[in-house]
Ligand binder design. Structure first.
Ligand SMILES: Nc1ncnc2c1ncn2[C@@H]1O[C@H](COP(=O)(O)OP(=O)(O)O)[C@@H](O)[C@H]1O
Ligand SMILES: [Mg+2]
Length: 253
């Protein structure tokens, strides 16, 4: 079982879109996938057409009150499971932060999963801030998948994440944490985007996925229908891209 944190401290870079669609594509390839929505905004949850549900998020397990396995829901898609997000998660910034071992609460809550490995992959859709939830995700994960937008500040953002990863390793919360991959999102064919991709490639080499996710209105529309892109528009550019990303992801693992 691999635990992958889909993370970037910046909002609006395609974390949730990538979490939902990569999870759906991996499930369609026959892998058993658990998607954990760690964002109080719960966009990954609504993106899979799951209505808000009180008390079903990872919040209880984070506080050590309930087993994580109790929160796992099946979805309409075979092999795809979800722990939904909810607003209660926002309380973690206070409640979890003041509890013992506050950085490794998620890691601890996931230990039974590591032992039983009922899933091939667990994807953690992280919120867009360097708060307690993202830190817990990094402490629990085997590796990071970093979506970044093809824009001028991309490299600057990446060096910040690099720094955070080093801190998580050095403080002992997760000495084995690695950056597993970087994926460029919302690509539009222009000189700046090409140049940014070139620069990321120079700095991060093999870590950069060859698959680039294009900007596509369909990808932005799909969540409002509660569907991953492979169901919303099975043959479009977005589907093709996320299927290619899933194949590349599987080849790396
Ligand atoms: N490839 C894409 N093409 C067009 N719109 C996209 C694409 N990826 C994401 N979006 C849209 O951009 C916004 C931010 O994406 P999201 O995945 O929610 O980012 P994050 O989780 O990093 O905040 C959302 O409205 C989403 O639908
Ligand atoms: Mg998000």
């Amino acid at each position: 079982m691999k635990i992958v944190a889909v993370a970037n401290q910046k909002g609006g870079v395609g974390k949730t879109t990538t979490s939902v669609n990569l999870a759906a594509c991996l499930a369609a390839r026959g892998k058993r996938v658990l998607l954990i929505d760690l964002d109080p905004q719960a966009n990954a949850t609504s993106g899979l057409g799951v209505p808000p549900m009180e008390g079903q998020s990872i919040y209880g397990p984070l506080l050590g009150h309930e087993p994580l396995a109790d929160k796992v829901l099946p979805t309409r898609w075979e092999n795809l499971f979800l722990i939904p997000g909810d607003l209660e998660l926002a309380g973690s910034e206070v409640e979890v932060a003041r509890s013992e071992g506050h950085l490794t609460r998620l890691r601890t809550a996931m230990e039974p999963l590591r032992a039983d490995h009922p899933f091939d992959y667990v994807l953690l859709d992280c919120p867009p801030s360097l708060g307690i939830l993202m830190t817990n995700a990094l402490a629990a994960a085997d590796e990071l998948l970093i979506p970044i937008q093809c824009e001028y500040y991309a490299l600057e953002g990446l060096s910040k994440i690099d720094h955070v990863v080093a801190q998580i390793r050095e403080c002992g919360a997760n000495p084995a944490l690695e950056i597993g991959g970087i994926v460029m999102t919302m690509f539009m064919r222009n000189n700046l985007a090409q140049q940014v991709i070139h620069e990321v490639q120079e700095h991060f080499g093999q870590l950069l996925y060859k698959t680039v996710i294009p900007r596509s209105v369909r990808l932005a529309e799909a969540p409002s229908h509660g569907k991953p892109i492979i169901e919303y528009e099975p043959t479009g550019l977005g589907s093709t891209a996320y299927k290619a990303l899933a194949d590349e992801f599987l080849a790396r693992h």
